[in-house]
Design a protein around this ligand. Structure first.
Ligand code: SAM
Length: 208
């Protein structure tokens, strides 16, 4: 139950409560045991605090291009003690220089529910920056709805695509093959494709 006092910057995205535990199960398997993890498009910040609580040996760098989201992330992050979440950065995947804004090396990158709700250039920028930042064997994890073989994996995803297109013609559910092809251009190979609840997929890419 989320009881928001007046003046509280924390936002609440109900889907994070539904999917966090399933995502954590995968992350525990694919993330390094120690190191610094960058999250792209952290949104409300609820995922990263759940991840930080579930994987206390890791440190975390949230980010989002929207100021309100960054305030929400930083407010939620105060609940994690001792502190292992850095202040949220303003990272926009459509800006070719985004990877230069990080002050520390990262050992893994997460991007949850961003690729479909941004222009294709954001996916290209994500892959380009991840290719620059990650070392051999390090992981980029993406999560969200995807098409397979050019078709939607469910009727609800097809309906969702209509909603996305009404928001912007540039948004849309991408095909796993296109995302993997873009990743490959930047030295990232799709190693695992895991079906998740509610017609989503986890994609695990490794730097080669
Ligand atoms: C549907 S929300 C997902 C938020 C969070 N990851 C989650 O799953 O609850 C989409 C997020 O993508 C972010 N976003 C949109 N365009 C972006 C871009 N060009 N670069 C980085 N993030 C972007 C938005 O600010 C928003 O936080």
């Amino acid at each position: 139950m989320f009881d928001k006092p007046h003046g509280d910057a924390r936002q609440h995205a109900p889907a994070t409560e539904r999917n966090a535990s399933f995502i954590i199960d995968i992350l525990k398997d694919v993330l390094p045991k120690q190191g610094h993890v960058l999250e792209i498009a952290s949104g409300s910040g609820e995922h990263i605090i759940a991840f930080a609580n579930a994987m206390p040996a890791l440190t975390w760098q949230p980010s989002d291009p929207f100021e309100e989201s960054r305030s929400s992330i930083d407010a939620w992050a105060q609940q994690v003690t001792p502190s292992r979440i850095d202040p949220a950065l303003n990272l926009d995947m459509t800006r070719p220089d985004w990877s230069g804004k990080l002050s520390k090396p990262v050992n893994a990158i997460l991007s949850i529910n961003m690729i479909h709700i941004a222009p294709w250039e954001a996916c290209q920028g994500l892959m380009q920056g991840a290719g620059q930042l990650l070392n051999k064997e390090e992981v980029l994890y993406t999560y969200g709805p995807y098409k397979k073989g050019g078709v939607h994996t469910s009727e609800s995803n097809q309906d969702f695509e209509g909603w996305l297109k009404a928001k912007s013609e540039l948004y849309g559910i991408r095909d796993i093959a296109d995302v993997a092809g873009e990743a490959k251009n930047h030295g990232l190979v799709l190693e695992q494709e895991i079906a998740m609840p509610a017609n989503n997929f986890s994609l695990v890419f490794k730097k080669i």
